[in-house]
Design a protein around this ligand. Structure first.
Ligand code: NDP
Length: 297
């Protein structure tokens, strides 16, 4: 029997535990605060930001939203980040990516104070993650670790294959999987667009993380019996629906499901976990700054 993981249900359980942490902080007069900064007219970016704000509100985390015109000078964005860095009511700062071309995304990532970088993308935080001393684990790969744990998939000693090497998913995922830590201790192969014979690699996987952004590129014929499949991809493809499209993952669900012991659907798998783990990092940031200890899930 293949187990289809429900990211909404698993995420909700973690959010309930986080609610308890927020209450512990409130007892000490600390209210976690997350600042979101949007400099984009892309409707998808605006949707992601408003989902994050709603999730904060639901949990009792204060959310501060800052919107800049897309053609605003880069310096205005950097100044805004500086203000947020100095604002004691803000524990986490999230600049929604991508930023317009005239803004240097590396400068943005480095401008956010590492203690408030709840995305975990500042080079200092990346370094800490690689060194096995993470301050904030990036939300998507951390959420995947939680999903696997909820499904009792032990990664220790397993062959894990990560398809994709981006800074936000593939690389941090691989780094977490090789750590000498819970949810790690795997033997990791990282694949990308230059990998030769991808199927040979994916067939060797006990745990497969697909994060390439290519609709349904991995099907059942590329998998071995009993594999745990985590599909990170979110791809819009034309479809005869009201919206004219549907969302599919990087994995061809039906054929993969026949091989997998565990599989995540798209939507409803990794996506809800990403926002949950951003909330987790914001609560952690507030706890660290205030010195009020909380029992993080
Ligand atoms: P990127 O485009 O930044 O990276 C994609 C990676 O996949 C690259 O490393 C690329 O290789 C590799 N790749 C592309 N095509 C192939 C191929 N044919 N074979 C092997 N490797 C390939 O994407 P992201 O990491 O940002 O996102 C990946 C997917 O995950 C997207 O669909 C995105 O929407 C989704 N996503 C979902 C999230 C969620 O919460 N559910 C969160 C973040 C992302 P190379 O480096 O050589 O170009």
């Amino acid at each position: 029997m293949t187990r289809v993981l429900d990211g909404n249900a698993i995420g909700d359980r973690i959010r309930e535990d986080l609610r308890g942490c927020v209450e512990t902080l409130a007892d000490a007069d600390v209210r976690p605060g997350l600042a979101t900064v949007l400099i984009s007219e892309d409707p998808a970016s605006a949707t992601y930001v408003s989902m994050k704000q709603d999730a904060c509100e639901d949990l009792g985390i204060e959310s501060f939203h800052h919107e800049l015109d897309t053609d605003a000078p880069a310096q205005r964005l950097y100044d805004r980040i500086d203000e947020l860095n100095d604002d004691p009511s803000v524990h986490g700062i999230l600049v929604q990516m991508p930023v317009p071309d005239h803004v240097d995304d590396r400068t943005v990532l480095e401008r956010v104070a590492p203690e408030k970088d709840v995305d975990g993308f500042h080079p200092e935080n990346v370094g800490r993650l690689v060194a096995g001393n993470a301050r904030y684990k990036p939300a998507t790969p951390h959420g995947i670790q939680k999903l696997l744990a909820a499904a009792d998939v032990d990664t220790e000693g397993k062959d894990a294959v990560v398809v994709g090497r981006s800074d936000i998913v593939g690389k941090p995922m691989a780094n977490l999987l090789i750590q000498k830590d819970e949810g790690g201790n795997a033997t990791v192969t990282v694949c990308h667009s230059r990998t030769k014979d991808l199927s040979e690699k994916t067939r060797g996987a006990d745990v497969l993380i697909a994060a390439a952004g290519v609709p349904e590129m991995i099907d059942g014929s590329m998998l071995s019996e009993g594999v745990a499949v985590v599909d990170v991809g979110v791809n819009r493809v034309d479809a005869d629906t009201e919206k004219g499209y549907e969302l599919v993952g990087d994995v061809e669900f039906e054929s993969a499901r026949e091989k997998a012991s565990v599989i995540t659907p798209v939507p409803g798998g990794v996506g809800p976990m990403t926002i949950t783990m951003l909330l987790y990092n914001t609560v952690k940031a507030a706890s660290r700054r205030s010195g009020v200890e909380v029992d993080l899930p």
